[in-house]
Every structure is written in C-alpha cells, then in structure tokens.
Design a protein around this ligand. Structure first.
Ligand SMILES: Nc1nc2c(c(=O)[nH]1)N[C@H]1C(S)=C(S)[C@@H](COP(=O)(O)O)O[C@H]1N2
Ligand SMILES: [Mo]
Length: 201
C-alpha cells in the first residue's frame, strides 16, 4: 500500500495576541516622531481638556498626579507593522480627567494635540471605559523624552499613532476632525484588529 506522508510541520496558528499583518518586535521599541523631541520639563507640562465640556480645565504636573493612579500592561501596535508585548505604562486613566470636565451629551470625538503641534483624532468612546491613559511612567521609570515624556496619551487598543506624545490636551467635539496622519491618508479610527491602516480600510 502506498503511504502518503503527512505534513511534518506544526500547523500555523496565528498568535491570538498579534493583530493581522503585525510582527512581534521583541525587546525593540522604535522611536517614531514627526517632530524633534521637545525640551519639555515636567514642571512646564500641562494637560488641558476643553471644547464641548461643562468645565474646561487645565492640569499641571502636580494636579494630574493627585488623580488616582492607573496602569496598563499589555501590547502596543504600530501601523508600520511592529507590535510590542508586555509593555508596562503608568499614569492616570483618561476617565478621571473626563469625569471632571463632563463632556456634553453632543460630544462624539476628540482631537488630541501635542505640545509640539502633532494632532490625532479619536472617537470619545475609544478614550473612555478604562482604555486610555495619560502615561508618564514606563517600566517603573519616568517616560523617556523620545517616547513622549514627560507624558503621552496611551490608547493601546488602537494603532500607536493615536497615542500622542508630549500630550498637551484634548479638544472635545461633536464631529470627527482628522489629525496629522489622518489628513495624510491614515484611517480615522485605526483599529489594528480590523487592519484599519489607511483611509477606506
Ligand atoms: N507628538 C507626537 N506624537 C506621536 C507621534 C509624533 O510624531 N508626534 N508619532 C506617533 C506614531 S506614528 C507612533 S507609532 C507612536 C510612536 O511612539 P514611540 O516613538 O514611543 O514608539 O507615537 C505616535 N505619537
Ligand atoms: Mo506609527
């Protein structure tokens, strides 16, 4: 009788933690910046939330640190196709800031802006519910300037371009308004699990 050999390799099972089209960058953490890293001291850092809110407000470093601490441990996914696992950020949940400014019923989106001028748009729903942070620590250390220190936005369930470094504030809107990369062809939402890389994906 004729014996057909089966496949010898193990079946290829997609890593459940790796979104489609991404690879695991391991220990590397590439720096991706459209701007020169600013000289922004923690003492000069501020974070403002305004627009369609009941009480627009600005926090300085100390005021922000008086809010309840919150951490994220998990993965981040860059649209250039690297993902990084086991990252540990600490800061404050965006919910803590938004609860204090109280967005109007009509609010649907936000534009996050950097102290350097970079912007990224996000649905408000992606910034609430414990899924977004203002982060100032990485791996128990102050966040490095090239990675957005003193503080950056962290929205790890979306592609990393949304996670605005040197975060300066959020403008709360009742419509979507494209940010820096979104005006240059990137997707308005950027969900890595649906490969929303470019406008129209
Ligand atoms: N202010 C600012 N924030 C930014 C960017 C930028 O150019 N400027 N680049 C974005 C992009 S495209 C990515 S992938 C991540 C990169 O963060 P990292 O340099 O810490 O890896 O920051 C995002 N936030
Ligand atoms: Mo990116």
């Amino acid at each position: 009788m004729h014996i057909t050999r089966g496949f010898t390799g193990r079946p290829r099972v997609a890593d459940p933690g790796l979104p489609p089209g991404q690879y695991d960058a391991g220990d590397d953490w590439p720096v991706l910046s459209a701007e020169v890293t600013p000289e922004l001291a923690a003492a000069d850092w501020t974070f403002r939330v305004d627009g369609l809110v009941a009480e627009p407000r600005t926090w300085d470093w100390e005021a922000a640190h008086r809010l309840p601490p919150s951490a994220y441990e998990g993965a981040i996914h860059c649209v250039t196709s690297w993902s990084k696992f086991g990252v540990r950020f600490a800061g404050v949940s965006l919910d803590a800031f938004l609860d204090l400014v109280r967005p109007h019923e009509s609010a649907t989106h936000a534009v996050a802006y950097s102290h350097t001028g970079y912007t990224a748009n996000l649905p408000l729903a992606d910034l609430t519910g414990g899924r977004a942070w203002i982060a100032w620590e990485y791996d128990g250390q102050p966040l490095a300037p090239e990675h957005g220190g003193p503080a950056r936005l962290l929205v790890p369930h979306l592609y990393f371009w949304k996670s605005t470094k040197w975060i300066g504030g959020l403008r709360i809107l009742d419509h979507d308004e494209p940010g820096f990369w979104e005006r240059n062809g990137y997707h308005e939402r950027g969900n890595p699990w649906e490969e929303q890389r470019y406008s129209g994906d």
